[in-house]
Design a protein around this ligand. Structure first.
Ligand code: ZN
Ligand code: ZN
Length: 579
């Protein structure tokens, strides 16, 4: 994405809003220097905000001033693209105020205090001369002792889970101030005096981190807070984070119904396929056990470790050809996806992911990183390949690349907005990728049947349902754990027996849900909203509905919350909606 601001005609409200946005972004980076550095804006690299009462008052002041300026803009006179930017800024300002006044994670979550990542990024990313980066590193180091002293003052009855996470992550981050900085100093041509000065401050930073972690370890904390967010805070956080037209409770209920539907469909396919794969073996009476056995057998259909990358690359042109044949969405041929082997710093992460340039990286490419299983031991590779088997690999390509994340990015870049690139809605982004998985299968996609395929095989559908259960159960898990006191035992039962996950994956998910809130909802919520909206339009328009036009119109608004896209699309004259 590029930072170019689309300029509006002179004199109008859009032009006033463009000016507002320009100053908003500059003020935002001054208020949040670490955030600025992370998106590639490096003016404040040497600033570390000490998280004390004064800095919280500054943040609230920033929010108040910006909110007052925003209110002077006449929303109804703005273009559609700017209306969405307006909503995104408004949401950000309210979310930040709520975080300080209501959520108060700075009191109960000790893991919000961790400086190592921002320092690691300064050493690991080559955005400017190493000596300059080291100089900013040195400047930023100065406030580290005050930073952790302020953290200790803020913390009250923290949760045990976030305390353990803070100790683990801060301890793990110390290597940035030992090995990483030494390596960088070796490469730099700074003088000995400067190098010694940097080492001195790095030592003080290490002491501050160690003092913080041992303070956390020794804290009596008899009345620790529960890691569960509770229904009231959860509903609010869901509103700010997901920006959905549904409430968290509505989405949870939809997920429960959807899970049951998926199980019924999976059971029907299992019965249909049983004799084909399980010659002479009788089918277990328990529905879940039978489905699980069928999934295990189908998972054996996978590529060998050395052809993993080639198999992924081979599928991309087939997806493009299929989409063209079926007239599902226009794919701009001038923007082919650049497939690359995973770069060194991502080594060991198999699978595939989209890597898009940040808003300040104007010339950056969007890459499809494809990992290799090189150097993996046999058992680890085998279990990974069963997970990303022949069927799931096709769904992964749809999700990550075409017509999922990559295609969405290409459309979003056609109306560049720095606001959407920094405040873009994750539920829409993930929801679109999850929506396209189902849309492609419903359109008949199946790699085994070639680019003219008209129907996906039952095997493909069964594995797709298993994949879809993951996002469905993520939502059930997150909501149940944080608002309904779900026990670990019930959570493991949900993930292992209802979602057919491996024990290790389920353990990892439990750990994640006990230190995060709401983020796990974004996949299912976005998907459900997009799918429901499409069905609503289909019912309304009958045979006038055109799937290709729907997709193109939908994506033209950029990474905006689905509820606003819906509102704007519904206000279009019928001729522009989906015809
Ligand atoms: Zn195998
Ligand atoms: Zn995704």
């Amino acid at each position: 994405m590029s930072a170019v601001m689309a300029k509006s005609p002179a004199g109008g409200e859009d032009q006033r809003f463009d000016q507002y946005k320009e100053q908003f972004v500059l003020e935002l980076w001054q208020a949040y220097p670490a955030w600025a550095s992370s998106v590639g804006y490096h003016k404040y690299d040497s600033v570390l905000v000490v998280p004390n009462n004064e800095s919280r008052i500054n943040e609230l002041t920033f929010c108040g001033v910006q909110m007052n300026l925003l209110k002077k803009i006449k929303l109804e006179e703005l273009s559609d693209a700017n209306k969405i930017d307006y909503y995104l800024i408004e949401n950000q300002l309210k979310y930040a105020e709520w975080g300080i006044n209501e959520e108060r994670a700075y009191e109960w979550n000790p893991s919000v205090y961790n400086v190592s990542e921002s320092f690691a990024n300064m050493l690991g990313n080559d955005y400017e001369d190493l000596n300059v980066r080291l100089w900013h590193f040195y400047g930023r180091l100065a406030a580290v002792p005050d930073y952790y002293a302020a953290a200790e003052k803020n913390i009250k009855n923290p949760t045990k889970e976030h305390t353990a996470l803070a100790i683990e992550q801060n301890t793990g981050g110390i290597s940035v101030f030992t090995d990483d900085i030494e390596e960088a100093l070796k490469k730099s041509n700074l003088g000995d005096v400067e190098k010694t000065a940097i080492r001195e401050r790095a030592k003080k930073a290490i002491s501050a981190i160690k003092e913080y972690t041992s303070w956390l370890e020794k804290m009596p904390n008899a009345s620790s807070r529960s890691f569960r967010l509770g229904a009231a805070l959860y509903e609010k956080k869901f509103g700010f984070e997901i920006q959905s037209g549904y409430t968290a409770d509505q989405i949870y209920k939809k997920a429960l119904v959807h899970k049951e539907e998926l199980h019924e469909k999976m059971y029907a396919i299992t019965k249909q396929l049983w004799s084909k794969y399980m010659t002479g073996k009788s089918m277990p009476g328990d529905r879940s056990v039978a489905i699980k056995q069928m999934i295990d057998v189908l998972s054996l259909n996978h590529v060998q470790p050395d052809s993993f990358q080639a198999a992924i690359e081979h599928q991309l042109p087939e997806l493009v050809a299929f989409i063209k044949n079926k007239d599902l969405i226009y794919i701009d041929p001038s923007k082919p996806l650049v497939v690359r082997k995973e770069p060194g710093y991502m080594a060991g992460v198999a699978g595939a992911s989209i890597n898009a340039p940040g808003p300040y990286d104007k010339n950056g490419n969007t890459y499809y990183n494809v990992g290799s299983l090189g150097g993996w031991d046999k058992d680890k590779a085998e279990s990974y390949l069963r997970e990303y088997n022949h069927y799931i690999m096709q769904i992964l390509n749809i999700h990550e690349a075409i017509p999922g994340h990559y295609t969405q990015l290409v459309y979003a870049n056609q109306s560049p907005s720095i606001i959407k690139s920094i405040l873009g809605n994750n539920a829409m982004i993930e929801g679109w990728a999850v929506y396209t998985e189902r849309m492609m299968l419903e359109s008949g996609y199946d790699g085994d049947h070639g680019v003219n395929s008209t129907e996906a095989s039952p095997e493909m559908w069964l594995m797709y349902y298993k994949w879809n259960l993951r996002s469905t159960c993520n939502t059930i898990l997150d909501y149940s754990v944080h608002t309904k006191n779900m026990s670990k035992e019930d959570a493991m039962n949900l993930l292992v027996n209802d979602a057919f996950q491996q024990q290790a994956e389920a353990e990892g998910k439990w750990k994640r849900v006990s230190v995060t809130q709401v983020q796990l909802d974004c996949y299912f919520t976005g998907y459900t909203e997009i799918y429901d909206f499409r069905q609503e339009l289909k019912n309304e328009m009958g045979d006038k509905f055109n799937l290709k036009k729907f997709h193109e119109q939908f994506l033209s608004y950029g990474s905006a919350p689905v509820k606003y896209i819906k509102e704007l699309m519904k206000s279009l004259p019928a001729s522009r909606k989906v015809k």
